[in-house]
Design a protein around this ligand. Structure first.
Ligand code: PLP
Ligand code: COI
Length: 356
């Protein structure tokens, strides 16, 4: 599939771009272009283009608007000190996108097309990648575009990639975050869609996230849907626990999103000989281990959040503090190690970086 590249006629001026890049926050500023590829049953994937970022014409009966047949990904591009651009593990995002498509009965997008779309967009919008600790957040997504109200897999899809220059996901940067344990709402059950990145998972998490905000917390953490005891993950991040013997624990895959950051942290920790267990861990055990000092640190991780220390845990059954509410050395050490690889400041032993 060859992309037709149409540079935007209405691209913003250099001065306007510089103003927008000054303090981008997360997900509010967008670049000039988007990549788009369409699917139908006669032509398969076709019409690959990079063009001016613009509205989609969408029929009110488009399937996505009714039954939420939608999936997405999130990955970042980073500027290296030599001025080049790094993508971090785009092959892993492409693979997860295929798995998401499969679960949502959508047309699978060939992985090379996913990667090519991301690379072409990064190339044409490279001036939008913030320097320093900023990055360009890439958002590939796919929607069901068939005009039909019957409940069945759509026969037509639009795949697109948009890009957003970002700073830190949390307002406080890498400062410790507070999390609220959702005891009223769960995120995913076995056999459901918890392990894939579909928009509906996030729609269903918003009420719980609002409850977290009402309790003054940055993020919500979900418990398992069966016993309501085991820690699963946050609304948009995985979670790790650090113990006094230096070992790490993270909840096992199954109903959680298989995070690429999670997988990378496991690999980096194991490289150093750190023991990593992928095991179920209850809220009660977490509270007890925090009280006894057995648990030293906890952190959230994901593309948007990078690695963010967890300082406070609040729940209907009581609050507790991790590491005195401050960022711990294991968390910050892993964060530095990961970020240094992403920005090309450290060797890349696992071949995670793709230079654009
Ligand atoms: N869990 C959820 C629910 C997410 O939305 C994300 C973000 O993508 C993650 C975990 C972390 O995944 P990754 O590290 O691949 O960004
Ligand atoms: C990501 O880290 O890429 C996410 O998807 C988290 C959130 C912005 C949905």
């Amino acid at each position: 599939l060859k992309f037709d590249i149409q540079p935007a006629a209405n691209a913003v001026s250099e001065a306007d771009r510089a103003a927008k890049l000054r303090d981008p926050g997360f997900g509010r500023v967008f670049t000039d272009h988007m990549a788009i590829v369409r699917y139908n049953q006669t032509d398969g994937w076709h019409g690959a283009r990079v063009e001016s970022r613009a509205n989609f014409p969408l029929d009110p009966a488009a399937a996505v608007l009714h039954y939420a047949q939608e999936i997405f990904e999130g990955l970042k591009a980073y500027v290296r000190e030599d001025g080049g651009v790094n993508l971090f593990r785009p092959d892993a995002n492409a693979r997860r996108f295929r798995n998401s498509a499969d679960r949502m009965a959508m047309a699978p997008l060939p992985e090379p097309v996913f990667i090519e779309a991301v690379e072409q967009l990064v190339r044409i919008d490279s001036a939008w990648i913030p320097g320093g600790e900023g990055s360009l957040y890439l958002r590939p997504f796919m929607i069901a575009s068939e005009i039909f109200l019957g409940v069945k897999p759509s026969a037509e899809y639009i795949f697109a990639v948009i890009a957003s220059p970002v700073g830190s996901y949390f307002k406080g940067g890498p400062a410790p975050v507070s999390i609220w344990v959702s005891e009223n709402y769960t995120r995913a059950a076995i056999g459901g869609t918890g392990a894939v990145k579909c928009g509906g998972n996030y729609a269903a998490s918003l009420r719980a996230q609002a409850e977290a905000s009402d309790h003054g917390c940055d993020q919500v953490v979900f418990l398992d849907a069966v016993e309501r005891r085991y820690i699963e993950e946050l609304g948009g991040m995985n979670i790790f626990f650090v113990f006094e013997d230096g070992s790490l624990l993270t909840p096992p895959l199954g109903t959680i999103l298989p995070g690429i950051t999670r997988d990378s942290i496991i690999a980096l920790a194991k490289d150093k000989g750190t023991q990593v267990r992928e095991e179920a861990y209850t809220l009660d055990q977490w509270r007890a281990d925090a009280a006894s000092g057995k648990l030293k640190e906890a952190f959230a991780c994901g593309t948007a959040a990078v690695i963010s220390p967890i300082g406070q845990v609040r729940s209907a059954s009581g609050d507790f503090t991790i590491n005195g509410g401050t960022a711990g050395p294991v968390t910050m050490g892993l964060r530095k190690q990961l970020v240094d690889i992403q920005y090309g400041r450290a060797p890349d032993p696992h071949n995670w970086i793709r230079k654009v």
